[in-house]
Design a protein around this ligand. Structure first.
Ligand code: ADP
Length: 479
């Protein structure tokens, strides 16, 4: 296979000297031996040798030189001999030298053009290399040398995966079958440089096929995104820490309500326990009533432990874990914690959702936080409302205009949003509340966007605000 290295080639005198020696030898044999054959045809070999060290012009000069030697030799040996045989042999040799010279020069021109194109690839900051079907590197550009620390002569001929210790994001066979099917593949790879640095690269592969459509080589272009990824990771960590702090702060605001949510079932457990003892203490113990008291105790105990479980999940600090989940379930999780809050603000909550809604993919705790923020904002917005019910409604639906998403809408009966503020509600630190931080909606937006969704606000024509969260469907619900 032709290998095009764009690295500068150090001129060597070995091949030119060899060509010169061969040319002189042919000249001597042609001139002093009385052979009746076209010895000068052998100059073709000299022209071919020139391909390895001379450019297009150089080859033509060598061919010209060989032709001059041929004619000189003829002139010396057949000075006054007009016989047709030697002339014919001389002409045949000249024709062979001329044809070989022209073809070799043209071939060299093509190679020079290709080499020039290949050297263009050295100008790019992207690392580019080519590997054959056996994963052996056949081309390696300058940026690849700079990034990985291997020079072309060290990399060419080596196996890519072995040289760069590639970690693939999917099984290698799957990647190769996609490449063969579509001719392209894109993804992130982890490579190890020569000095042991771990690099994350955005990699693009393109498959080269021969005239018959058989794959011959893969062009791999890599962009170093290690630093960007580290910054992004740091940002994600900071965002998730902030979300956690905000969550704990919200739970702090809800302490009284949550204490009530736990206390109520515990008080019921005590009452049921006392009732149970009374049923058992009768002259003829009423086992049926005692059993139903115990069942009620169990139900209440479970409710209290459920509240505590959700509370602990919300206050826990941890990396988001994504899984298919039902948005109405998330709403119910939150509703369980804010019942008392609604009561103390004289607000009511209605939840509207069909049972067969598709699942979305998300982190349950983060989505609970979004719902909790929106519900708490709605409750607070309705604080000054009098003369109409303080009703808060959550609707979860699949809209015809957005069939690929599930949309959660929280509507309140508060004063609505000043149209001048609609554009900056989700900005960090934007607040109109005296004791507000202005982080709630901004955190909601980063959570929703990290889930591939959108969040936006509108005003209800009948008064009040409406917040919409749209999340992409992960999977249809199996009936
Ligand atoms: P904070 O509640 O600390 O002010 P948020 O980010 O939760 O921070 O809300 C930002 C602002 O958005 C609020 O100060 C308020 O002006 C407005 N807002 C949020 N929810 C509503 C709502 N349901 N009705 C009217 N305005 C709202």
């Amino acid at each position: 296979m032709l290998q095009l290295s764009s690295a500068p080639v150090r001129p060597s005198l070995v091949l030119p000297s060899l060509a010169a020696i061969v040319a002189v030898a042919i000249f001597v044999v042609d001139t002093i031996t009385p052979l009746d054959i076209a010895v000068a045809v052998l100059y073709v070999g000299v022209v071919l040798l020139a391909m390895d060290f001379a450019g297009q012009k150089g080859i033509l000069i060598v061919a010209g030189g060989c032709a001059v030697l041929t004619v000189l030799s003829y002139a010396i040996t057949h000075d006054n001999d007009p016989a047709s045989g030697p002339i014919l042999r001389c002409l045949i040799s000249l024709a062979a030298i001329a044809i070989t010279g022209v073809l070799a020069a043209r071939h060299q021109g093509t190679i020079e053009a290709l080499r020039e194109h290949a050297s263009l690839l050295d100008l790019t900051h992207d690392t580019i290399f080519v590997r054959n079907q056996d994963d052996v590197i056949t081309y390696w550009n300058r940026a690849a040398t700079e990034l990985y620390g291997w020079r072309p002569e060290q990399a060419i001929g080596r196996n890519t995966a072995g040289l760069l210790h590639t970690v693939f994001p999917a099984p290698f066979d799957d990647i190769m079958s996609e490449l063969r099917r579509t001719g392209r593949w894109e993804g992130e790879l982890v490579h190890t440089a020569r000095d042991g640095r771990i690099l994350i690269v955005a990699s693009r592969w393109a498959l080269q096929r021969d005239g018959r459509g058989r794959p011959v080589a893969i062009l791999e272009t890599n962009n170093d995104i290690t630093e960007r990824r580290q910054v992004e990771d740091g940002l994600h960590r900071a965002q998730s820490e902030l979300a956690h702090v905000a969550r704990v702060a919200t739970l702090g605001e809800l302490t009284a309500s949550i204490a009530h949510e736990v206390n109520q079932p515990l008080a019921a457990v005590v009452t049921n326990g006392e009732a149970c003892l009374r049923w058992l203490g009768r002259a003829v113990p009423d086992i049926g009533q005692a059993r139903s008291s115990v069942e009620s105790m169990i139900r209440n105990g479970q409710r209290a432990s459920e509240v505590v479980r959700r509370l602990r999940a919300l206050s826990r600090k941890g990396d988001p874990s994504y899984a298919p989940l039902s948005l109405p379930d998330v709403v119910n999780d939150v509703a369980l914690l804010i019942g008392r809050e609604l009561q103390s603000h004289r607000a009511t909550l209605g939840v509207n959702a069909r049972d067969d809604l598709p699942l979305v993919r998300g982190d349950r705790v983060q989505l609970q936080q979004v719902v909790m923020n929106l519900l708490m904002n709605g409750i607070q917005a309705m604080d000054g409302v009098s003369g109409r019910p303080r009703s808060l409604t959550v609707e979860v639906a699949r809209l015809t205009e957005e069939p690929q998403s599930v949309v959660l809408t929280v509507s309140d009966a508060g004063p609505g949003i000043d149209p001048a503020n609609l554009g900056r509600l989700f900005d960090a630190f934007f607040t109109t509340r005296q004791d507000g931080m202005g982080m709630g909606l901004s955190i909601c937006r980063s959570i929703v966007e990290a889930h591939g969704g959108r969040i936006w606000a509108t005003n209800r024509p009948e008064g009040g605000a409406r917040f919409h969260v749209s999340l992409p469907i992960a999977q249809e619900r199996i009936a």
